[in-house]
Design a binder for this molecule. Structure first.
Ligand code: PCA
Length: 188
């Protein structure tokens, strides 16, 4: 079973397309294949909750997703960095500046998902997709870093762009389709 996560809404938006896409994906995929989970947009808490669930449900792979508002493509992330620097407060008012996530941990950890193949497959299916070399320094990057640091199975992070409901160009149904293509790269 693959554990898939999306994030709660943040920064004043009413929805977060990452979570909506993951929910739609659960409806179109084989029920035993995935378990879904919504993470709070809160430093430390999101990663703690995720890792507790990973220990409890023992998934065969973990794919986390989040919103990257300025992008137009579905972007699998190549690497997480050991660094927090929040431009805006999280949903509980935390705004860490210029900090390490894990003092003494490696500077960066590469995704353990087949990111290159995922991008290729999505493009072949006509979906706007490209590789991202930075997950930022906000809650998504922290979740990706702690996941890769504390869990040793296949794991990584995919950012989705803004959705039509929030003034973006991509439909949530298209994002769900993109994630189903990505899952095929992990299970194949
Ligand atoms: N995107 C933010 C946090 C939650 C989300 O969906 C990020 O990219 O860090």
């Amino acid at each position: 079973m693959i554990l898939m996560t999306g994030f709660a809404p943040f920064d004043g938006a009413g929805i977060n397309p990452s979570c909506e896409a993951v929910k739609q994906l659960a409806e179109i995929s084989v029920p035993d294949e995935i378990q879904i989970m919504e993470l709070p947009v809160v430093f430390k808490k999101a990663a703690d909750l995720l890792l507790q669930t990973v220990r409890d449900v023992r998934p065969s792979a973990v794919i986390c997703t989040g919103l990257a508002g300025g992008r137009k493509d579905i972007t699998p992330e190549l690497i997480a960095v050991n660094f927090r620097n929040a431009r805006i407060p999280d949903n509980e008012g935390n705004r860490p500046q210029w900090e390490k996530i894990v003092p003494g941990g490696p500077d960066g950890i590469f995704s353990r998902l087949p990111v290159r193949e995922m991008v290729q497959r999505m493009q072949e299916e006509g979906i706007r997709a490209s590789l991202s070399q930075s997950a930022g320094a906000y809650v998504c990057n922290e979740v990706m870093y702690r996941l890769l640091y504390e869990y040793d199975g296949p794991a990584g992070f995919i950012h989705v762009p803004s959705c039509t409901e929030l003034g973006g160009e991509m439909e949530i149904a298209e994002m769900a389709r993109a994630l189903s293509v990505c899952i095929r790269s992990v299970t194949a």
